[in-house]
Design a protein around this ligand. Structure first.
Ligand code: AMP
Ligand code: ZN
Length: 489
């Protein structure tokens, strides 16, 4: 399996530290508001990556934090006259709920910054002792960037270039403008904890380094997040961990491309966002995921409602093909032609191996999906040609393979129509004298009666059966493989 390592800017053969095990960490959200679908793109991408690693047989341990103390949370709390804790609690819950709706698997470990203050203070102490950090007069503690000779390697930046961009702010307590806060002295009304440097709270970059070390152990196999986190967040996480423990931090760095609207990054500050919650009220989680996975995780992805609508239609077509294959297999009649059946099996195997090689090539979901879109077209051609003489095994193998591939990516295909209630069918069957409690039997009887009426050119009865079903919200669908009764859309 090859994975693009953004640190080395190369696709590398993936080699876990421990045989058969993968330890991965993906930075979680700052819980001050509902997440938007840009954030969701990152979380869905890593969900798929995790699912594929599991499918490949790795025992994956996946950790993701909740940043539940931060300036944004404090500002929101002040605006709303609430406590920061209350805001963080509300949006942590909402985040977890909406991740479930989006079919994103729960992390194995979900640490929260406010419950990890002890380990963070421990790490900061170690950094001060090692000469990598210093307490300023104002009660802040800073990391001394120039004390880390490898600083800049994660995001591919040079210290001198960073220096050119850094501004020295007024009242600066840092020794060097590049230094960043590990600990921030308390301001009145803010959440605070005791520390050797006085009351205060941790800086944002501090938590992930301490959590990775505590829950996964350094170094880990994969560290991920959106590409906007590479600098300074990931650079700073890595600097702290490598200087505190000298064991390395993460072997493979993975960064997802940004979700855009009209070419601009979706973000809270630009106001060009849709929350995941509102999108899932209008569309299925499966369609949103399909839309996202049709673009490689590292490429930018332009969101539009039309594209999401398009994904919804593709999904219906795929689910329709799977259902038609299953239905045709269950209602096969006559002797199937062996050649087209063998052909269907062969194209199914080809799609499956193409899927696997695309996924093993840096999680190329776009290519993996394209292989199955092609198979769906081929399956439909097969069904049209075979009529009712469908090869049961070939059709079933193909249906299971399509549904399985999508499920593997976390895309649940829409279920076939709900089962038709026998009560309704019983009424229609009144026209053909049906009494019984088996839905299939009732449906068969109605369809047979209609076929018989049509064969006898008794159009009045055939139409009456059709009309009565229609009045009950049911339609008769005539397909190459036979007729069936469905709910009208
Ligand atoms: P935040 O809560 O701002 O730290 O963001 C949570 C995650 O969403 C981070 O991994 C960000 O990199 C990611 N993210 C933010 N905006 C976008 C976007 N427009 N597209 C993709 N990922 C994003
Ligand atoms: Zn982080």
């Amino acid at each position: 399996m090859k994975i693009y390592n953004s640190k080395t800017r190369k696709k590398e053969e993936f080699q876990p530290i421990e045989e058969g095990r993968v330890r991965m960490y993906v930075c979680g959200p700052t819980v001050y508001d509902n997440i938007h679908i840009g954030n969701a793109r990152t979380f869905i991408s890593f969900d798929v990556i995790r699912r594929w690693l599991i499918a490949c047989g790795y025992e994956v341990t996946f950790a993701q934090n909740l940043t539940d103390v931060d300036d944004k949370i404090i500002n929101r709390a002040n605006e709303q006259g609430r406590s920061a804790e209350d805001v963080a609690e509300e949006f942590s819950k909402k985040f977890i709920d909406v991740m479930h709706k989006a079919n994103v698997m729960d992390p194995d470990i979900r640490p929260r910054a406010t419950r990890e203050i002890g380990p963070m203070i421990g790490m900061i102490k170690t950094l001060i002792e090692g000469g990598h950090a210093y307490a300023a007069d104002n009660g802040d503690v800073y990391f001394a960037v120039r004390s880390d000779p490898t600083y800049g390697e994660v995001s591919g930046r040079k210290i001198d270039d960073l220096m050119a961009g850094a501004r020295i702010e007024e009242n600066e307590d840092k020794n060097d403008p590049l230094d960043f806060a590990l600990w921030k002295a308390a301001k009145p009304g803010e959440p605070m904890w005791n520390s050797p440097w006085g009351e205060g709270r941790p800086g944002w970059h501090t938590e992930c380094a301490a959590m990775v070390h505590r829950y996964l152990g350094c170094p880990i196999d994969i560290h991920g997040g959106g590409s906007d986190l590479a600098f300074p967040h990931h650079e700073n996480e890595c600097a702290q961990a490598s200087c505190a423990w000298h064991q390395g931090f993460a072997n493979t760095w993975m960064h997802t491309g940004m979700l855009l609207v009209d070419g601009e990054k979706m973000s809270k500050s630009l106001g060009n966002f849709f929350t995941l919650e509102e999108v899932l009220e209008k569309h299925s989680a499966a369609a949103l995921r399909l839309l996202m996975l049709q673009t490689h995780y590292r490429s930018p992805l332009d969101f539009s409602w039309e594209r999401l609508e398009g994904a919804e239609n593709s999904l219906a077509r795929i689910a329709g093909t799977v259902n038609n294959l299953k239905w045709a297999a269950a209602h096969a009649e006559g002797t199937p032609d062996t050649e087209p059946a063998a052909g269907l099996i062969a194209v199914t195997e080809r799609a499956s191996s193409e899927f696997e090689s695309c996924m093993n090539d840096d999680f190329n979901t776009a290519g993996a999906l394209a292989a199955y879109f092609q198979l769906v077209t081929e399956a439909n051609t097969y069904l049209d040609q075979a009529g009712s003489a469908v090869d049961e095994e070939a059709a079933t193998v193909c249906a299971v393979s399509i549904a399985g591939a999508f499920a593997l990516l976390g895309i649940e295909l829409p279920q076939p129509e709900e089962e038709l209630p026998v009560g309704l069918l019983g009424v229609a069957a009144g026209l053909v004298a049906y009494t019984g409690d088996d839905v299939n039997e009732a449906a068969e009887k109605i369809l047979a009666a209609r076929a018989e009426a049509r064969a006898a050119k008794n159009w009045e009865l055939a139409d009456a059966i059709r009309d009565q079903l229609r009045d009950m919200g049911l339609i008769i669908e005539d397909t190459a493989a036979g007729s069936r009764i469905k709910y009208a859309k």
